[in-house]
Design a protein around this ligand. Structure first.
Ligand SMILES: Cc1ncc(COP(=O)(O)O)c(C=O)c1O
Length: 370
């Protein structure tokens, strides 16, 4: 049976393909989820959430959770927020709601690969806007130059996967003012080092903001995300979401509610997760300096180091590292053509694994005469 045309040329992501090369001896620096376990308080919240209703909730989520998500924002909990089965389902819903065949979607290059894939699934063209090392800052004028009469969405991701780069408030405001709909993926917003990243919440009626608990609370498997947007944009998003997921898991919504209700615990949890990633970032940068002889600008958010390597075929490079050096990293080109020549090293891993994994990369490079 031939799959639908919309899936032509689309396969499981390179990230999944590299992870499939893992053996019990591999050190995994390819993973995109926090190496954090729930504490006793969070486990207790989960036990309580399990006793809440198991029935469908409203499509957009329980009103109690929506109210929490709209606190200190200019959005109306009744009509301007939708709880989703993770940020990924939120992305799928909003692409389904707005993107037509023939449209163009501006996506960061390098950037999270879902954006370009979702554009393709909708029959649209992903038009990359290039980001440049070492700052990876968004050049708003270059972005403006890419806008055409067919541009339907501009996708922004700050803090960025795979770059760890954070866009300034001025940059985000300027992007909001460009005209087209803007999708701001803020799923890493709670993972920062020196200063909290700016948000696009409330920056314009054309702005759609996504977030979720996967990265901030290490709940990747519980599939809990949300979207904020003005009512006129939210209506078609909720319609698409209804036919994709009906509603987010009632259990995960009840758990999210408790997380936000216990503001004191939540603030402590987030401070703890940031402190842990700061330590892991330091270990990664130190090892990258000593083993790979590279001085990377410290990433300002998320938990990825995007490091240049002496190879212009990083897919083969990452596959050889996996098979010959037993260390998993993601080839930069998985994130777009501008990622060629780089690897994404995730430091969401225990300190000794970060150090030993980067050592293995260094030894492999030495064995190849660098
Ligand atoms: C930039 C970015 N957006 C969205 C997602 C999807 O996250 P979720 O688990 O909330 O679906 C990821 C996951 O890696 C991501 O890196």
């Amino acid at each position: 049976m031939k799959p639908a045309v919309r899936l032509d040329g689309i396969e499981l992501s390179l990230i999944r393909q590299i992870n499939a090369l893992a053996t019990p001896l591999s050190l995994n620096l390819g993973i995109g989820e926090p190496n954090v376990a729930p504490d006793e308080r969070l486990r207790e919240m989960a036990r309580r959430a399990a006793t809440a209703s198991w029935h469908y909730t409203a499509n957009a989520g329980t009103l109690a959770l929506r109210k929490k998500l709209c606190e200190n924002t200019p959005y109306d909990p009744k009509s301007e927020v939708c709880v989703t089965a993770g940020t990924q389902e939120g992305l799928f819903s909003l692409f389904t709601a707005f993107v037509d065949p023939g449209d163009e979607v501006l996506v960061p290059n390098p950037g999270f690969l879902s954006y370009a894939t979702l554009a393709k699934i909708c029959g649209a063209t992903a038009v990359p806007y290039d980001l440049e090392a070492p700052s990876w800052e968004i050049d708003v004028e270059a972005l403006r130059a890419r806008i055409t009469g067919r541009t339907k969405l501009i996708v922004v991701n700050s803090p960025s996967n795979p770059l760890g780069a954070v866009a300034s408030q001025e940059t985000l405001a300027a992007i909001a003012g460009l005209g087209p709909l803007v999708v701001s993926d803020e799923v890493y917003r709670e993972i920062w080092y020196d200063a909290p990243p700016a948000s696009m919440l409330g920056l314009g009626d054309n702005v759609i903001v996504l977030n979720g608990l996967s990265k901030s609370h290490a709940m990747t498997g519980l599939r809990l995300g949300w979207i904020h947007a003005r009512e006129s944009l939210m209506k078609p998003i909720v319609t698409a979401h209804q036919y994709i997921a009906t509603c987010a898991s009632a259990f995960s919504q009840a758990l999210a509610q408790q997380v936000f209700d216990d503001a004191e615990w939540n603030a402590q949890w987030l401070a703890g997760i940031r402190a842990q990633f700061a330590e892991q970032r330091q270990a990664a940068l130190y090892a990258i300096h000593h083993e790979l002889e590279i001085d990377l600008d410290p990433p300002s958010g998320a938990f990825y180091a995007f490091a240049p390597v002496p190879s212009c075929d990083t897919i083969s490079f990452a596959k050889t590292l996996a098979t010959d050096a037993a260390v998993l990293v993601i080839p930069g080109v998985a994130f777009g053509s501008r990622g060629e020549g780089f690897i994404r090293i995730s430091y969401a891993a225990p300190l000794e694994q970060i150090t030993a994994g980067i050592e293995r990369i260094g030894r492999y490079l030495l064995s190849q005469g660098r």
